[in-house]
Design a protein around this ligand. Structure first.
Ligand code: A5A
Ligand code: ZN
Length: 480
């Protein structure tokens, strides 16, 4: 049967990499056949997931004093080359535009790999006085990075299509630090809404954003135990302000350099949602993200078909009225084939309605996350569907959180770490000295992910390299 053949075509989630690649096309999220390496095409269904995800991101930013803006894609070489650390970090990754038609451009242009050097020359003009601060802008744009590591759809792109970057300006270093913490909380909240629990840590100094004082990051754990960096928040100090001459007049008339932060999220957010919640049958989506939240399957026999269809349409109308994205599948497919199709697409709730259900004034509700079946009464269907959505979201988040916590292993020596990072994340004491950190990375053959933002209290261990006592733990993980 064609149906079961197809079903067999999605590899089990245990083979994560195969499963991920197959699912992206079977569920119609990304098409990887675009003929440029590292560039992929959004299918409309995938794009609808993106839209729902970014609606949440925009909502949370808009409600916390950010304003959306839009800057150009092209950055002139002279601006791009101003900040020394920043150039060092990005010069091997930029695409250059050198020609206009047949003419060699007088000033070559880079395709933004990120927008500091596009935005900050304008901030220099816009910011005059302390009354202009804080300034909190963000944009959602495509950025280009000539990545040399293995490219993967949604995870490591050469054209990042959904780069949300915020850029804030403050009067003092401390104000910027407060903003960093706020951004971490906002991102945590965004990911909670997306059903994705996160690890929060400060990157080691050698892994911070080029041009930053420090970088805090959010990571998710993927099914194969590797971590995926799904958001970063950078304290830029006054490094860029000095380079781009961004100054404000203080109340006493003094001209002062401003302090800045920036923070970003990409479509890796969607890679995390898909990977963490999906199962052997396909996508599992939190209701807020799902392009189709409810599918109604009319159970039709020869007699009374119209009556059943009319009842389904009525339920659809009522659910639409309260904002639920709901479809009826009245196609000729057999029920099994319909279930398969909508399960693959991650539809959170299936409602089956047949003549006998109508006699009893009920529908059969089947949850995608648990597979549980229950009868719900038709007169209360709006309230019940909303309750089920909330329960699905909670269940997805809690399961993912348990999955994350179960895969963090406290270790004290390198052998243990090497073993545990095959399954997940290891923690190990670290004195904080760079030389010890680098020796550790070398011995373990994996990177230090970061220092957890929340440390255990009343606890002391020895740095495995220099044997100094320390109260600091670090995360070690294999990373994407
Ligand atoms: N200007 C700051 C915000 C910045 O560029 N930070 S960043 O370089 O860390 O990128 C922000 C986030 O984008 C990263 O945390 C990561 O989640 C995502 N990202 C970076 N490179 C990516 C790539 N090649 N493909 C997909 N996502 C990427
Ligand atoms: Zn040490």
């Amino acid at each position: 049967m064609a149906e079961s053949e197809k079903e067999a075509a999605l590899p089990p989630k245990e083979k994560f990499s195969d499963w991920y690649n197959e699912l992206l096309w079977m569920a119609e999220i990304m098409d990887v056949r675009y003929p440029v390496k590292g560039l992929y095409v959004w299918y409309p269904f995938g794009f609808a997931i993106r839209r729902n995800t970014y609606n949440i991101i925009r909502e949370i930013l808009d409600n916390s004093g950010h304003q959306e803006t839009l800057f150009p894609l092209l950055i002139p070489e002279n601006e791009f080359m101003k900040e020394a650390e920043h150039i060092k970090g990005f010069e091997d990754e930029v695409y250059w535009v050198t020609h206009g038609g047949k003419d060699l451009l007088e000033i070559p242009l880079v395709l933004r790999p990120t927008s500091e050097t596009a935005i900050y020359p304008m901030y220099k003009i816009w910011i005059r006085s302390h009354a202009d601060l804080p300034l909190k802008l963000y944009q959602v744009v495509n950025t280009f990075r000539y990545e040399t590591k293995h490219t993967r759809p949604l995870i490591r792109l050469r054209e990042i299509t959904s780069f949300k970057e915020a850029h804030t300006v403050h009067a003092t270093w401390e104000d910027a630090e407060v903003q960093v913490r706020e951004a971490i909380e906002l991102y945590t909240e965004i990911y909670r809404r997306l059903g994705v629990p996160v690890l929060r840590s400060r990157r080691p100094d050698w892994d911070k954003f080029p041009g930053a004082d420090y970088t805090d990051a959010l990571d998710a754990i993927m099914p194969d135990g590797k971590t995926l960096q799904i958001g970063t928040v950078h304290h830029l100090g006054d490094n860029f302000a000095k380079t781009f001459n961004i100054k404000y007049e203080a109340p006493d008339g003094e001209q002062c350099y401003a302090y800045q932060t920036c923070y970003g999220i990409s479509e890796r957010s969607i890679a995390a949602i898909i990977s963490i919640h999906g199962d052997d049958k396909g996508l599992v989506l939190p209701p807020e993200i799902a392009p189709i939240q409810v599918v109604i399957i009319p159970i039709i026999f020869k007699k009374g078909a119209e009556y059943v269809l009319a009842a389904c349409k009525d339920v659809q109308k009522r659910l639409k009225k309260i904002g639920v994205r709901v479809e009826i599948d009245a196609s000729d497919l057999r029920p099994g084939a319909k279930y398969y199709k909508w399960e693959m697409k991650g539809v959170p709730l299936r409602l089956e309605i047949g003549p006998r259900d109508l006699e009893n004034n009920v529908a059969v509700a089947v949850r995608r996350d648990t597979g549980n079946k229950e009868q719900i009464s038709l007169p209360d269907i709006e309230a019940d569907v909303i309750l089920i959505f909330e329960s699905i979201h909670k269940n997805l988040y809690n399961n993912a959180k348990t999955g994350l916590l179960n895969r963090i292993f406290d270790c004290t020596n390198f052998e243990e770490v090497k073993d545990k990072i095959q399954k997940g994340i290891a923690t190990i004491p670290w004195c904080g000295k760079k030389e010890c950190g680098l020796i550790m990375e070398d011995q373990i053959n994996a990177g230090i992910l970061g220092i957890p933002l929340e440390q255990k209290k009343d606890w002391k261990e020895k740095c495995p390299v220099c044997k100094e006592e320390t109260k600091t733990l670090v995360y070690v993980a294999r990373t994407y």
